[in-house]
Each structure stands twice: as C-alpha cells, then as structure tokens.
Design a protein around this ligand. Sequence first.
Ligand SMILES: Nc1nc2c(ncn2[C@@H]2O[C@H](COP(=O)(O)OP(=O)(O)O)[C@@H](O)[C@H]2O)c(=O)[nH]1
Ligand SMILES: [Mg+2]
Length: 204
Amino acid sequence: MALINQATKELQVKIVYYGPALCGKTTNLQQVHAHVQAAPENKGKLVSLATSSDRTLFFDFLPVEAMSIKGFRTKFQLYTVPGQVIYNTTRQLVLRGVDGVVFVADSQYEKMAENVESFANMEENLRTLKLNLAEIPYVLQYNKRDLPNVAPVEYMEYLLNNREYQVPTFTASAHQCEGVFETLNMITRLLLHKFINEGSRKLA
Ligand SMILES: Nc1nc2c(ncn2[C@@H]2O[C@H](COP(=O)(O)OP(=O)(O)O)[C@@H](O)[C@H]2O)c(=O)[nH]1
Ligand SMILES: [Mg+2]
C-alpha cells in the first residue's frame, strides 16, 4: 500500500519495472527521467543503488499536474530490478512495498523463454512477500519492436497475458521513447483508480 507522508501531504506510490536482463527497464527509466513533466524541484536524481555488480535504478517525481487524492499529492517512485537470474534477493527487496508493476518483455523471438521465466519469477517473489499478482495493478510492455526478429504481439499475449483478466499491453521502442509514456500513464491511472476506490479508508 502506498505510503502516506502526513507532513508533506504526499502519497508515495511505488512502481517497479520488472523483466529479464537487457529487456529495456533501465532505458524506460532514463526516458521517463529525461522527458517527464515535473518541476525541477519535484524531480529526483536518477540514482543507481549499486552493490558490487547488480544495479537497481531509482528516481521519484511529482508530476506537474499532480493528481490529488483527498488532499494528498501523488509522488511516484520508479524502480528497476536487476534482471540477471542470480540477483533474486535484490529483486525481492525491490518488490517489497510495491504498488504497481510494469513488466517489460523483450520482443525478440529468442527471448521468449526468458520473458516467461522472468514473469514466473516475479509471481514467485511476490508470493514470498505474501503478495498476489492478481491484486496488484500491472501492465505489460512489449519492448524492442523496432528490431527485425520480433515475435508477433498475439504470441506474446498468449505467453504473458493469457489469464482470466487481461491487463493492458503496450508495444514500445524504449530507446526511441516510443510507448514509454503510454505505459507509464496507464499504470499510474490504474493505481490512482485503485486508491480512489479502495484506499480512501486508509487515507481518511
Ligand atoms: N533496438 C532496441 N534496443 C533497445 C530498446 N530498449 C532498450 N534497448 C537497448 O537494449 C540494451 C539493454 O537495455 P537496458 O535498458 O539496459 O536493459 P535492462 O537490463 O532491462 O535495464 C541497451 O543497449 C539499450 O539501448 C529498444 O526498444 N530497441
Ligand atoms: Mg538495467
């Protein structure tokens, strides 16, 4: 559940970009950081929380048109996880307290197994944290659509979005900033919707 800062009247919403190594999570955050509409004082630095060789990126921002829920302005915290299989402890740490997820999949055909494995790993890590993906707003981003060897969207839907409730999906070329804000706007919309509907008790 989002953190409430009574002193600053801010609601802090944590969004995690999850996905296999090299799918484009860092690129998404860099593009958002470079282009998001936020006053300079309301946009944090892009911070790399690095241990020896795994990196987690983080930054937060308060949008120019700050959405207000019951008098609280919404501040978004964006995190990436390290995708390499061996950094699972870090992924679990980053997922702690997550409000919403952007799952970034690599559209290249040969990456499908890694996408599926990473998605399963995310569900497993959420379960370890006593969280259930069905209760967490998330969206899918099929990235690297500019490359020649991509799988059809329908196939990726079949692999990653074949559930009772289908979630919104976006195609993207993150390095060209295509699809990046469409993805972010949708997850923020889903989150605000959820807080307005369910969170009001906690904010009251
Ligand atoms: N062709 C192409 N390359 C991309 C795209 N997004 C990211 N990349 C590149 O893929 C590599 C891995 O991206 P990165 O964001 O570091 O992946 P991460 O491991 O998920 O954080 C980098 O060289 C990026 O420039 C994309 O949409 N198309
Ligand atoms: Mg990265």
